[in-house]
Design a protein around this ligand. Structure first.
Ligand SMILES: NC(=O)c1ccc[n+]([C@@H]2O[C@H](COP(=O)([O-])OP(=O)(O)OC[C@H]3O[C@@H](n4cnc5c(N)ncnc54)[C@H](O)[C@@H]3O)[C@@H](O)[C@H]2O)c1
Ligand SMILES: CC(C)[C@H](C(=O)O)[C@@H](O)C(=O)O
Ligand SMILES: [Mg+2]
Length: 355
């Protein structure tokens, strides 16, 4: 029997609660799909800092590199906000992505038919939305030098090299070829030199994909268009910080940030992680929505383990739980037949996995 080793990084806040539910669903699907999973639990974030003094212990990097894929919850919280930058949970996560080399963060935003009325927008605007944000993840202003601060000044630098733009653009075009063959590249080329290079480079890469229709949009307009007419988008290609912001915005098309998964890929080992954070405001209450993490586990089955049928089963089980009217608190006011806890939702989805 095939066996896969999964590095599990639960992290802080709701991280452990949501990862536990994804494991429940993974175990259910493995048991009826002819493969087995073993888990290696690793530390990152505030919890890692509290235990080891480092938000990203070396064992977490080596353990992850020794696995078939990483399933990640979330890190961060007020408790660690006043630490020096390099000790903070967020620095651990950024360093982790960089060490693994996962430069492409794929963030699908899909509106489930059952939740078309859960968005703050009109159902006819969001029904049928199925877009993919392709976010560059290990460059841009998050990593550029110089950066720093003193008493009166703080500074960061948005840098992209041509090579970095080329590789993320290829990812976007390749993904577009499997979808509606439209890429909208999002930048701020009317103001930023780095965005001018981004735009020219994306144009060059586009020549290798003549079937794909390429358009460009300034990020401020894109933020508006995403609300005005989200169905115009298929693949949204963008840099690190714009992609971070636009994907949180896109989550409100689907009704809750607790629904949106992601895959961080481009290297040997991928990281599968919900787009949301550690949600300290609801941590420990058993009310977080685990679907983003369960859907991230499905992306892991699909992209990292090549277990397509198992991934299909997980996706179908999520859809079924929603169409039967099960809702966690974040979606309770939208046609809930039954409001359930984090762990009840995980069990319902696990039970809906069909042989
Ligand atoms: N990838 C990550 O680990 C990641 C991502 C974003 C933020 N963070 C960190 O998380 C901490 C909190 O950040 P924030 O509050 O700005 O963002 P957040 O995404 O944690 O929470 C924003 C809001 O969404 C809600 N929410 C998030 N996930 C939910 C879920 N699964 N179910 C129901 N509701 C959910 C929260 O309750 C909160 O009201 C910060 O320390 C931040 O740096 C980490
Ligand atoms: C916590 C933070 C470093 C992270 C990011 O900005 O990439 C988060 O917001 C995310 O979207 O995964
Ligand atoms: Mg974010």
């Amino acid at each position: 029997m095939k066996s896969y080793k999964i590095a599990l990084i639960k992290g802080d806040g709701i991280g452990p609660e949501i990862v536990d539910e994804a494991v429940k669903v993974l175990d259910a699907v493995a048991s009826c799909s002819g493969f087995s999973l073993t888990y290696d639990e690793l530390l990152m974030g505030g919890v890692a800092y509290d235990i080891t003094g480092d938000p990203l212990p070396q064992e977490t990097i080596s353990g992850s590199l020794n696995s078939d894929a990483v399933l990640f919850g979330a890190i961060g919280g007020e408790k660690w906000d006043s630490l020096p930058r390099e000790k903070r949970p967020e620095s651990g996560l950024l360093r982790f992505r960089k060490e693994l080399g996962v430069y492409a963060n794929l963030r699908p935003a899909v509106v489930y038919d059952e939740l078309a009325n859960a968005s703050s927008l009109k159902p006819e605007i969001v029904k049928g939305v199925d877009l993919m944000v392709v976010r560059e993840l290990i460059g841009g202003i998050y990593f550029g030098e110089p950066k720093g601060r003193d008493e009166n000044k703080g500074w960061n630098t948005m840098v992209y090299t041509k090579d970095e733009i080329v590789r993320i653009a290829h990812q976007a075009f390749k993904i577009a070829m499997t979808r509606q063959k439209r890429v909208c590249s999002i930048d701020k080329a009317n103001v930023l030199d780095v965005s001018q290079l981004w735009r020219e480079t994306v144009e060059e890469v586009a020549k290798e994909y003549p079937e794909v229709e390429l358009s460009h949009m300034y990020v401020d307009n894109a933020a508006m268009q995403l609300i005005r007419d989200p169905k115009q988008f298929d693949v949204m290609l963008t840099g690190n910080i714009f992609g971070d912001i636009l994907s949180d915005e896109a989550s409100m098309l689907s009704g809750s940030i607790g629904l949106l998964p992601s895959a961080s890929v481009g290297a040997k080992i991928g990281v599968y992680e919900p787009i949301h954070g550690s949600a300290p405001d609801i941590a420990g209450q058993g009310i977080a929505n685990p679907i983003a993490t369960i859907a991230s586990a499905s992306m892991m089955l699909r992209y990292a383990l090549n277990e397509q049928e198992a991934a299909d089963k997980v996706d179908a089980a999520i859809k079924r739980a929603l169409s039967e009217g099960y809702r966690t608190g974040d979606l309770a006011q939208f046609d809930a037949k039954e409001v359930c806890s984090t762990s009840e939702m995980g069990s319902i989805i696990a039970n809906y996995i069909v042989k």
